[in-house]
Design a protein around this ligand. Structure first.
Ligand code: PGA
Length: 241
């Protein structure tokens, strides 16, 4: 079955580099999404390929008005976006986004038929305290309150994301950990009337581990940060799907 591969470029690259990536990405049967910085979107849309979708990395919780510096869901729509990351751990940690704000953002996106990719994940302390499942359940229950339409869930354990490992001993999630948590999320989503929701994995996915991760039946795809900044790595990960 085809997989979803989302490149999260974060605050990296230039428009020129992004356009060169777009031209070099190999065609595949998979759904490839570029979650690009806002200012790249219009340019990428002008050169858009039918096999590659455009995504944003964030959206305002407000629909329009006096919110200096914010970008609305309708502005993203205008730039050709069909996906948008919501609640990435960097946004939750550095910009203090709450589950309630995330729920509002999801609603705004769905009104305009943009698919939200809702990032959830426990931090190292939650994991050590054995409350991972409790944390994931709370994040999902609040984020999905009142949501009927299709969303994608990205399970990204905070402790496994490269950003939060700088200067520390690197710990990767094992395929057993990933399968267990995806299995748990699948059951939880079913109990919430959301059976069949796609669940992708993120957290230091790279050329070496992506084939094993994507071979898990519980995993519908991957969200790739650091490794998506090199075209050969990104193409390799797409090939491994
Ligand atoms: P990483 O980032 O692949 O560099 O760990 C993933 C993410 O933050 O979405």
């Amino acid at each position: 079955m085809s997989k979803i591969i989302i490149a999260n470029w974060k605050m990296n690259l230039s428009v020129k580099e992004a356009l060169s990536f777009l031209a070099k990405i190999k065609s595949s049967k998979n759904e490839v999404v570029l979650a690009a910085p806002y200012t790249f979107l219009g340019e990428l849309a002008k050169h858009q390929r039918p096999d590659i979708k455009l995504g944003a990395q964030n959206v305002s919780q407000y629909e329009q008005g006096a919110f200096t510096g914010e970008i609305s869901a309708s502005m993203l729509k205008e730039q050709g976006c069909t996906y948008c990351l919501v609640g990435h751990s960097e946004r939750r940690i550095y910009f203090l986004e709450s589950d309630y704000m995330i729920n509002q953002k999801i609603k705004n996106l769905l009104k305009l038929h943009i698919t939200p990719v809702i990032c959830i994940g426990e931090n190292a302390r939650d994991r050590k305290r054995g409350i991972t499942k409790k944390i994931l359940k709370k994040q999902l229950q609040i984020a999905l309150k009142g949501i009927k339409n299709r969303v994608i869930i990205a399970y990204e354990p905070v402790w496994a994301i490269s950003t939060f490992q700088k200067g520390r001993v690197k710990i990767a999630a094992s395929t057993a950990d990933i399968a267990e948590m995806h299995g748990y999320l699948r059951k939880l989503l079913s109990s919430m009337g959301k059976a069949g929701t796609k669940i992708i994995y993120g957290g230091t996915v790279n050329l070496l581990n992506s084939a094993d991760i994507m071979s898990l039946k519980e995993v519908d795809g991957v969200l790739v940060g650091g490794a998506s900044l090199k075209i050969n790595n990104l193409n390799g990960i797409i090939n491994n799907a």
